[in-house]
Design a protein around this ligand. Structure first.
Ligand SMILES: O=C1O[C@H](COP(=O)(O)O)[C@@H](O)[C@H](O)[C@H]1O
Length: 223
């Protein structure tokens, strides 16, 4: 399956286009079902997107926001993806959204996994990021548990995973769960990530993100 690529001259244009696309998917789901659900990535990249999205004129009280992955750290930790979402997305108009954090007790991630198998919303849109090592969500190359995370028929919606070369044990939605979202948008920036994504597009086995190129996927890229 060939992904659709949208390329932009600036990060600001990329963030605006992504926010418009996400809002469109959420609005359609709200009109159809009364509710919608958005899963976002963390890391360092999504702040401009979150800030654009937070100003979007949607009925945010009908939207559930969650994460595609989270580091197993306390909620206020500098590396917490939930902290990023709370500070940059769940503000302004979007403050009315319901938030489902992945990690609520860093000392007992098993209880969060159990809770989330039931508590995760059915996703309307999943916004994926990607590292230069080809990981997406927290599906890291060579991680124990990666095969389960990428299995199209996994019975798990979410798993715990330890990246071999990045800090913190993580919780991550599985490919099987992300495949059920109505839309998957991959947001990346820079030439290095573009090169990785281009290889992943033609060689699905090379990087974990490659498995997502076998699904309907729209890529948003800026330099
Ligand atoms: O660890 C993570 O990394 C990826 C990529 O992050 P970025 O800072 O390079 O954009 C991110 O998509 C994921 O959610 C995060 O937990």
């Amino acid at each position: 399956m060939s992904p659709i690529w949208h390329t932009f001259d600036t990060a600001a244009a990329q963030a605006t286009a992504l926010a418009d696309a996400i809002a469109g998917w959420l609005q359609t789901a709200i009109e159809r079902d009364g509710t919608a659900a958005l899963a976002v990535s963390g890391g360092k990249s999504p702040i401009a997107l979150f800030e654009a999205l937070a100003q979007t004129d949607l009925d945010w009280s009908r939207v559930t926001v969650t994460l595609v992955d989270e580091r197993i750290v306390p909620a206020g930790h500098p590396d917490s993806n939930a902290r990023l979402v709370r500070e940059h997305l769940l503000v302004g108009r979007a403050a009315a959204a319901r938030f489902v954090p992945l990690v609520t007790d860093p000392a007992d991630p098993e209880s969060d996994l159990e809770r989330l198998e039931h508590a995760l919303p059915k996703l309307t849109v999943a916004v994926l990021g990607m590292g230069e090592d080809g990981h997406t969500a927290s599906l890291f190359p060579d991680a124990a548990g990666l095969a389960e995370g990428l299995a199209p028929d996994s019975r798990h919606r979410i798993i715990a995973i330890t990246p071999p070369n990045a800090p913190h044990r993580r919780l991550t939605l599985t490919l099987a769960e992300l495949a059920r979202a109505e839309a998957r948008l991959l947001a990346i920036a820079g030439q290095a990530k573009r090169a990785v994504a281009t290889i992943a597009e033609s060689d699905a086995q090379r990087y974990p993100v490659g498995a997502f190129f076998a699904l309907p996927l729209t890529v948003y890229w800026s330099p």
